[in-house]
Design a protein around this ligand. Structure first.
Ligand code: S3P
Length: 455
């Protein structure tokens, strides 16, 4: 399986950009030049990462073949497939179609979840419900992220889970579970899914509630009900989705679409159509937030694909008022905060976002990274323990960005580079492939002349 792992090359800030816009086989630093032309046209995004990983992992509950189209091309999605193979399943990939068959027949495996928090946490839940002994590992970023929040309810259900100082590597002894009624202190779709999927595999009842609704893909796939008080109910005889229900097309990833939505809003005279994007209410918070701050953005041609809504998002350049995000909205835009903070630098007035504590435990401490890099680009930005304020509008200056291997930071600051004065270097640029393999290619097509690769 193809996986990029390229060490960062250190390049001085004032190095002259090379003039190659062709991706070399191995690259680590890219140079972003200000956009010379408006962004216009249509783009189709790869399949949503959360849905791709869930539909793939749910094949563990069935021996029939499932065919998933427009499967996410990012490394995290490929990691989920790799873990399935380690558990005995067969995986065939032809372009963006993935066929998963075979039996989950192993009772022991060590699974390297690489950078994927979703794969690690969902697998921790799923494997807790199966008899066997499992070890989950991850790369240095994933191994620094909190896992105790997942292990605690699973232990309450009867799984034996040993962590290393609250983090990966984890050893899981799965098997007989008992039912649980669990009220989570944190709105996290990964945590919620882990507990629900443990209940599914273990054949026990689960009642689960979270303070605000996080993404609901697992509940939709399992056709679960949520009562008026917010309790999600999984019965002890709940059935896993059939292979037929897991098969079919996966809508475009809204978290990837947001980069282009914001770029179109900020670059004068732009108009982009982002085709076939997942517009499920818990994932289209970015559209609501941009609309509320005056962006000309709308959804057209909405339909239902595999019980999730999908549509074409049309976004035009606009002048922005400050970005405001309520506490309830945070789980709906949690992955989009880095790119929304770039939009905030161009809004007339002060954008304030609160309750961002979860940003500190993502692939990197995203709150600290936003502050560091935006300050370096001349923005007026302040952070607190869990809040962010950005005063705009400001002319951003090119800078050198070391994203600490965080894909969303690398991509957000590449978009910042398109509107900045001067050139912006992004080190470790290959990390964008964690969620969006085609990002640099798409950027060079949408903004010709803005991308130069450095070997
Ligand atoms: C995800 C949930 C979110 C999100 C992550 C994907 C998922 O994390 O940040 O990129 O697929 O369930 P949390 O649930 O931990 O907030």
């Amino acid at each position: 399986m193809h996986r990029l792992s390229v060490e960062s090359l250190s390049v001085a800030a004032d190095d002259v950009c090379s003039d190659s816009d062709q991706a070399p086989a191995r690259f680590s630093t890219v140079c972003i030049l200000p956009a010379q032309t408006p962004l216009r046209g249509r783009i189709r995004l790869p399949g949503d990462k959360s849905v791709s990983i869930r539909r793939a992992l749910l094949t563990l509950f069935s021996d029939d073949e499932a065919a998933l189209d427009n499967f996410g091309s990012g490394e995290d999605c490929l990691t989920a497939l790799y873990c399935l193979e380690q558990l005995g399943k067969t995986v065939e990939r032809e372009s963006n179609r993935v066929i998963i068959g075979g039996k989950f027949h192993r009772q022991q495996a060590t699974l390297d979840c690489r950078n994927s928090g979703t794969a690690a946490r969902l697998l921790m839940g799923i494997l807790s419900g199966f008899e066997g002994e499992w070890i989950l590992t991850g790369d240095s970023s994933l191994s620094s992220r909190p896992m105790e929040r997942i292990a605690a309810p699973l232990r309450e259900m009867g799984a034996i889970i040993k962590l290393s100082d609250g983090r990966l590597p984890a050893k899981i002894l799965g098997g007989k579970l008992r039912s649980i009624r669990y009220e989570s202190a944190v709105a996290s779709a990964q945590l919620k899914s882990a507990v629900l999927l443990a209940g599914l595999g273990g054949g026990v009842e689960v009642q689960y509630r979270e303070p605000f609704f996080s993404r609901t893909h697992t509940e939709r796939l399992l056709e679960l009900e949520t009562d008026s008080k917010g309790w999600i109910q999984l019965d002890q005889n709940a059935e896993a989705p059939s292979s037929a229900a897991l098969s079919g097309g996966i809508s475009g990833d809204p978290s990837s679409a947001t980069f282009w939505g914001v770029a179109a809003a900020l670059i004068p005279d732009s108009e982009l159509i982002l085709e076939g994007v997942l517009t499920d209410p818990v994932r289209c918070g970015w559209i609501d937030v941009l609309q509320a701050s005056g962006v000309d953005i709308r959804v057209e041609n909405e339909s239902q694909v595999c019980s999730e809504s999908v549509g074409d998002v049309v976004c035009k350049s606009s002048s922005l008022t400050p970005i405001k995000i309520s506490q309830e909205m945070i789980p709906r835009v949690i992955d989009e905060i880095p790119i929304l903070s770039i939009a905030a630098t161009q809004a007339r007035g002060c954008s304030r976002m609160r309750r961002l504590a979860e940003l500190r435990v993502k692939e990197s401490d995203r709150l600290a990274q936003i502050e560091k890099h935006l300050s370096g680009m001349n923005a007026t930005v302040e952070i607190g323990q869990d809040e962010l304020s950005i005063a705009g509008p400001v002319e951003l200056c090119g800078a050198v960005i070391n994203p600490e291997r965080d894909h969303r930071i690398a991509m957000a600051f590449a978009i910042a580079g398109l509107i900045a004065k001067g050139n912006t270097k992004i080190h470790q640029a290959e990390c964008a492939a964690v969620s969006y393999q085609e990002f640099w290619k798409d950027l060079s097509e949408l903004s010709p002349g803005s991308l130069q690769y450095e070997n």
